[in-house]
Design a protein around this ligand. Sequence first.
Ligand code: AMP
Length: 283
Amino acid sequence: MKIFHFKKELSEYLKAIKNEDRSVGLVPTMGALHDGHQSLVEKAMSDNDEVVVSIFVNPTQFNNKEDLIKYPRTLDRDVDFLKNISGNKIIIYAPSPEDVYDGNVASKNFNFKGLDSVMEGAFRPGHFDGVGTVVKRLLEIVKPNKAYFGEKDFQQLAIIKKMVEIHNLPSKIIGCDIYRAEDGLAMSSRNERLKPKYREAAPFIYKTLKSAKQKFGTKSANKVSEWVKKQFKSHPLLELEYFTIADDKTLKPVNRKSNKKNYRAFIAVYAGDVRLIDNIALN
Ligand code: AMP
């Protein structure tokens, strides 16, 4: 298992691989790895000769300081986790902020053509500039043939595709299905922070999304949204931050349904002090 903490050494190592015409896949993560990450890594391994997994809690994408401080950091466990998946095949890049940002740990400003003005972008100011900055850096450092991102963060995936298109970056962005626990809760590193009563309550989020999908077959987006809000109002533990039904290409909230478009429902919920997000395709 190769572990690099500095981009210089990583780039040199990858240069030799690319000179042999071997393909490279990149899976960017913030660590505290779980089965959702594993599904991305396995897809990357089946598509590429070599796979780089970056493990980096990116400070510039946290609009909430407390969230950054509390984010789980479990590098030793993550290394074992990747060993178990791959034997010794994976290349790990676990840098410091200084290495990624060359000492200037700050976001660049991006124009994501409005994709960032709703949902996560609206509730987490600056978040997507931080994501764009770090993903662009990682793509420039690793120069992968393909990079893998989860639909769990569907808006992030759309924004990264846009960023790659605008900046003409040569890597192909691959979206991967949401991986769920048996009870339906989308896997997330933040799930580790849920106290037992919140963990028990949290599958309600996906259950509600599935019912919303069913209702969307016959009801307007407004009616479905009202119904979802009502479900959370009467829930004793979970607090809804937003529920939005949006066009899955533009991410613009739907006013009037069109059967030529595809829609997705997006949700953010507080379970105690842990913020959880999820989404579901509606048609
Ligand atoms: P994170 O470490 O949370 O930043 O996630 C790293 C990558 O894994 C992102 O592209 C996420 O969308 C993806 N990911 C996280 N959780 C899941 C999941 N439950 N299913 C699929 N992809 C996921």
